[in-house]
Design a protein around this ligand. Structure first.
Ligand code: SF4
Length: 367
């Protein structure tokens, strides 16, 4: 069995560890490129959302590279995610590809059943596979958060990017949970040891929106790195571990955090609208009250839940006093246009912070 799966950020490292421990050959698609998106868009319905097109491109490239089984996700709720697997399977079959498809629904029982289908050697390696994949998932999230913190503070943000890549490779190679944890610990030490820059204190920017565009630098113009280089400390509101804890493991602390976000969204949006639309609103409101300088809201063009959020966020922005920049991505989006809009937004945030500091200093003198 040669198993492939869609890319989403560093998910391939986790899935590769799981499949390899189960004794299955993993065939990750090539990293997402213009070609991937072009291939996917060519065979997708025109109005399908960008993740549909890009993951279809992933599957075609992986099937061409020898994969014979596709591991992908299902979904429930009012958006289109629940149809992805069925429609993509039909498109790929019409194109003449021969393959099996395993669809994981977002609950632990489905994950368990799907993984068992992938365990040719019986259930013995299941626990070690889960443990190793889980350890790598935590390690990868820790590296992303540390890189977001270090980038705007370092004298050369390229050093942080290089260290991040080195750490990701070390986690990928780690054969045990302890080795993955050690890879993170050493990377954090190296990041802390990097020479500090002399620029102003970093801006604090929240990243909200649809999870795929938030996590996949191949479709979002690498905006986390770009913002870091511009002096912004990015706080992604959802990394892989957050998704797994909330939607698959149903971890109590993660569910409590979700409830708090829903409560923050409640004055602006009355019910679940699919995907992460409600969370985009709730996180923006909550971050507006906790000292963030601004919010970047990202989503695929035609993403129904996030289009709803986009139309609500201007009200949240005014009421909570926090600037919001919404960016939609599709196969036509160019990196230069994204960078220009981010530069303008960062300039605005710097100006706003300076004005707030001047006003605070004047008030202090009056007192
Ligand atoms: S959340 Fe948006 S992008 Fe994701 S599947 Fe649903 S409609 Fe498409």
């Amino acid at each position: 069995m040669n198993v492939t799966f869609p890319h989403m950020g560093t998910l391939h490292i986790v899935l590769k560890a799981m499949l390899t421990t189960l004794g299955v050959r993993a065939v990750p698609p090539p990293p997402i490129s213009k070609t991937t998106i072009e291939i996917g868009a060519r065979f997708s319905p025109e109005t399908a959302c960008l993740p549909f097109k890009t993951t279809l491109g992933n599957f075609i490239q992986a099937l061409e590279a020898g994969a014979d089984t596709i591991l992908t996700c299902g979904g429930a709720g009012p958006c289109r995610l629940g149809y992805y697997a069925t429609v993509q399977r039909d498109i790929l079959r019409d194109l003449g590809y021969k393959f099996a498809m395993i669809v994981i629904e977002p609950d632990l029982a489905s994950v368990w059943q799907s993984i068992r289908r992938l365990a040719p050697g019986g259930i013995r390696p299941l626990w070690p596979a889960f443990r190793l994949a889980g350890a790598k998932l935590r390690a990868l999230d820790a590296i992303e958060r540390a890189a977001c913190r270090a980038r705007p503070r370092a004298a050369a943000s390229g050093d942080v990017d290089a260290e991040r890549l080195r750490a990701l490779a070390a986690v990928d190679e780690a054969a045990t949970p302890a080795a993955a944890a050690e890879a993170v610990a050493s990377s954090l030490r190296r990041l802390e040891g990097l020479p500090a820059g002399s620029g102003p204190p970093p801006l604090k920017v929240g990243l909200v929106g649809e999870i795929y565009v938030m996590l996949e630098s191949g479709v979002n113009g690498d905006l986390v790195r770009t913002l870091g280089r511009m002096g912004a400390e990015v706080h992604p509101t959802m990394l892989l571990g957050d998704y797994v804890d909330t939607h698959i493991l149903r971890d109590k602390a993660a569910l409590r955090r979700s409830e708090a976000v829903a409560a923050a969204a409640a004055p602006f949006i009355g019910h679940y609208v699919g995907g992460h639309g409600m969370k985009s609103v709730g996180h923006t409101a909550a971050m507006g009250r906790t000292g963030f300088d601004g919010i970047i809201h990202v989503f695929p063009f035609t993403c129904m839940p996030e289009v709803i959020a986009k139309n609500i966020l201007p009200v949240v922005s005014v009421q909570e006093g926090i600037p919001v920049l919404s960016l939609a991505f599709d196969e036509q989006t160019g990196e230069a246009g994204t960078v220009t809009r981010l530069e303008a937004f960062v300039d605005l945030l710097r100006y706003r912070r300076k004005r707030q500091e001047t006003a605070a200093a004047a008030q202090k003198q009056l007192n």
